[in-house]
Each structure stands twice: as C-alpha cells, then as structure tokens.
Design a binder for this molecule. Structure first.
Ligand code: ACK
Length: 316
C-alpha cells in the first residue's frame, strides 16, 4: 500500500546478513504487534545473553508489508548509527521467496515511550509527591526504586531533546520518517530514547517532496495540514508530527484530539486554525514550541536543530 520507490534503490549491505541458524526467536516472548508485523524477543546464538528485538511480518499478510519491512531495513542501513536511533543488528533474508524476512534490532527493555508515559506516576517540578511517602515500603531500597520510576519535567524535556537530535540525523540524511509518534520512540534506559519504525520512511535522494500513492492506514492525528491535503511528506511534515509527539509527552500519553474520529472535516478544522490545546503538564513556553510546529506554512516551522536549541534554553 505504501510507496517505497526510493528505498528500493538503496543497496542491501550483505554484511548485515545473519543466517537463520545464527539466531533464536522466543515464540512466547512476543513484544507486540505493529501495523505491519510482529516484534519478538530473541538472541544471537553466539551471544545468548544479548537480547535483540526481531521484527517480522505476519504470514498471511500481503507482499506490500514485506516490502515495507525490507525498505525499513535498507533505510536503517543507509542511516547508520546514531545515539537516538534504534541500532540495526542484522537481517535474515534467506526466506524472501517464501515471503518472510527478519530484521534484528537492539532490544529496548523499557518498551515504547507511549506505554511508559501512560503507566508511570508523574511529579511536577521534581518534588517528591506525597503518595511516594505513603507507599508502604519495608526498606529504603524499595523506596528508592519507587523514586526511580517517577517521571519528572526534566525527563520529559530530555526525551524531547533526544528525539529532536535523532530527527536531525534523519533531516541531514534527507530521510523522512513519516510516522513519528510516541509509539515509535523506544526507551533504552530511562535516560535514553531511540526513534524506531522506519517502515513508512522515505529516502528522498534528490526529491524535496515525495508524494504518497495511497491513503490507507494514514496516522491522521500526526499528519501535517498539507500532508492531509496533498499526501506530500517532507521534513517539515515530520516537524508537525514532532509537535504532536511533544503534545503526547506533555499530556503523559493521551491520544491527540481526544474523542475525535477521522472525517474529511478534520482538514477544515485545521484550516480554520484549530489546534490541540495546551496539555496538562506543559507550560506556556513548551506549548509555544509545539504550536510553532503546527504553522500552516511549512516554511514557518522550525527545523530540528532550532527545535533542539529552543528546548535546550528551556531546560536551563
Ligand atoms: O510498548 P511496547 O512494549 O514496545 O510494545 C511495542 C511493541 O513492540 C510493538 O511495536 C515493542 N517493541 C518494538 N520494538 C522494540 C525493541 N527494539 N525493543 C523492545 N521493545 C520493542 C514496543
């Protein structure tokens, strides 16, 4: 369903090939299911203690899903390493003829930012909230681990900065993510987030604009106004999605545009300059950064370098 014309031209680097016999998938350890496929926990035979995440496609799905996985693989190879992008470990392409492929990436033990935000208690201004003192703890150690689990404003700002850094790398390499959202940001540790899911990404090569062919499965809540109208994806439509991701972070994982369902009227709604309102855990300064990402004219939106700068001055 998705266009992957450009990724097709990126060569597959055979150095990444891992033989079927060289890794194990633990079937009972399914990490989850994405739009396209399944993610399993696994390991390399030579280093059984090193856990990896194995992405594959559901057997019954059509060919376009397999193509999306292969394009994701090639985009990851092209991107190379970056602190804030999930690292590619290898890929198994032996069974392509049978419609199967496996992409091995580093395992992020704390799962997606979206689920983390929704689960953890939050404390404003880094002051221990009362309920932490009320937790029935037998030892001080247990108390400390409870403290570790609490999200503070400092964490939220730090995650926002790291996502902007990872996106700078994409922007510089002229890769459009196309599906930036808190569900596609993983926590490696509490202090380190990494961007994932390049299944929808487009490698721009010489194109400044890239026009998608199908409207199926569009993540409309994250899409820029012009993308909804023309299906054109650019780095500046990634900036819009980044603003929505900021809103998710500072609402602690609410669904953007709560209660709304997709209709074409949503385009008019945005065109009349309606935007998400200030989320509960953001101050005016942070909300101001988000709204700059949602400027109707893409030229007026900041780029990822400017976004990092704006956030850096905040955290001081
Ligand atoms: O929130 P989660 O536990 O974290 O559920 C989703 C699910 O798989 C579907 O995407 C998890 N997931 C995806 N990639 C990884 C990874 N590299 N390491 C750990 N968990 C992952 C994600």
């Amino acid at each position: 369903k998705y266009a992957h014309e450009n990724a097709q031209f990126i060569p597959y680097n055979r150095n990444y090939e891992v033989k079927w016999k060289e890794f194990r998938i633990s079937d009972e350890d399914k990490l989850g299911e994405g739009t396209y496929g399944i993610v399993f926990k696994g390991c390399l035979v030579e280093s059984p203690n090193g856990t990896v995440a194995v992405k594959t496609v559901r057997s019954e799905v059509d060919k376009s899903v397999l193509l999306a996985l292969l394009s994701e693989l090639k985009v990851m190879i092209y991107l190379g390493q970056n602190e804030n992008i999930v690292r590619l470990v290898g890929a198994c392409t032996e069974f392509l003829r049978e419609g199967r492929a496996y992409v091995l990436v580093e395992y992020c033990p704390m799962g997606s930012l979206e689920s983390y935000l929704r689960e953890k208690p939050y404390c404003i201004n880094d002051i221990t909230p009362d309920y932490v003192n009320m937790v029935n703890t037998d030892s001080g150690e247990e108390m400390l681990s409870t403290m570790d689990d609490i999200i503070s404003r400092k964490d939220l700002v730090s995650w926002a900065i790291q996502i902007a850094r990872g996106m700078q790398h994409l922007q510089n390499k002229k890769v459009i993510h196309g599906d930036l959202a808190s569900r596609n940001v993983l926590l490696y540790t509490k202090d380190r987030v990494k961007i994932t899911d390049f299944g929808l990404s487009r490698q721009l090569l010489n194109y400044e604009n890239y026009v998608k062919k199908s409207q199926a499965l569009l993540p409309w809540r994250w899409l820029a106004l012009e993308t909804l109208k023309t299906l054109a994806f650019t780095s500046k439509s990634d900036v819009w999605a980044y603003g929505i991701t900021l809103w998710e972070i500072f609402s602690l994982g609410l669904i953007p545009y709560p209660g709304m369902v997709w209709t074409v009227d949503f385009v008019d709604y945005l065109e009349q300059n309606h935007r998400l309102s200030i989320p509960k855990y953001a101050d005016e300064e942070i909300y101001n950064i988000m709204t700059r990402c949602w400027e109707p004219d893409p030229k007026n939106r900041p780029d990822f370098e400017q976004l990092e700068e704006m956030l850096q001055t905040l955290s001081k």
